[in-house]
Design a protein around this ligand. Structure first.
Ligand code: DC
Length: 230
């Protein structure tokens, strides 16, 4: 007899390693809910900037996060980020928005408030959650933890491709520089720095086609969901 119960899948790694693409595909393959925690940090950075709140002002940022509502609906096949009834999906996807997200993510008050929400969102299982600290902090008991990496050049090329797909301009060397700056800030911060959980599966996606990684992750996930099937 096989015992199938919905699990938590944590996908962590640096910017551009393929987390979003793979987490979405995996969620679709398994009929799970996909949760993009980076979008939450990006939205906090965006709203703080719009409201003139300092990106290092812990108490003010805590007040801001407390009042925000987050929703991630699929609209015509696209995942949208709705914060306080405002569709910020495009506004959060700029290089400045990425760096602002990384900066507010250093603030302990922001992290603890968002982590608490993320735990509630995944409490029932059946989720693929992507971020930087999902396997280490948000769900250290996740049944499957994946840490995706890739070279900075490859990640830069992917980021440029995504931007061009959205009709945005970009210069590869500038993007690689921004990626490296963000990696450094994310992995050297004091609270919940970006690092693989000890029990995560490490996958370097530099040379692997997306479909290969998709199949690897799907096989791993099925094995954890129903160990009898592995
Ligand atoms: O995944 P992303 O590029 O959208 O994330 C934007 C920033 O948010 C990232 O540079 C660091 C921060 N972040 C974080 O600290 N913890 C997470 N779980 C997700 C993102």
């Amino acid at each position: 007899m096989s015992a199938e119960s919905p699990i938590v899948i944590a996908i962590d790694g640096p910017a551009g390693a393929g987390k979003s693409t793979l987490a979405r595909l995996l969620a679709r393959d398994l009929d799970y809910t996909y949760i993009d925690t980076g979008a939450m940090y990006r939205a906090v950075g965006l709203f703080a900037t719009q409201r003139g709140i300092g990106l290092d002002d812990g108490p003010a940022l805590a007040g801001l996060v407390e009042g925000l509502s987050f929703a991630f609906p699929w609209i015509e096949g696209e995942l949208h980020t709705i914060v306080d009834d405002e569709d910020v999906s495009t506004a959060i996807r700029t290089p400045e928005g990425a760096m602002n997200a990384s900066t507010v993510s250093k603030v302990p008050e922001v992290r603890s408030a968002l982590v608490a929400r993320q735990r509630r969102m995944g409490a029932a299982g059946g989720v693929v959650m992507e971020g930087r600290d999902i396997g280490t902090v948000v769900f250290p008991e996740a049944e499957l933890k994946v840490f995706l990496t890739a070279s900075a050049r490859m990640r830069g090329k992917r980021r440029l491709g995504q931007m061009q797909g959205r009709g945005q301009e970009g210069d590869l060397e500038t993007i690689i520089g921004e990626i490296k700056a963000r990696d450094l800030q994310d992995s050297t911060r004091e609270h919940s720095p970006l690092r693989p959980a000890d029990d995560s599966v490490l996958v370097d996606t530099s040379q692997l086609p997306i479909e290969r990684v998709r199949n690897i992750l799907l096989r791993l996930a099925r094995g954890r969901i129903d160990p009898d099937s592995a």
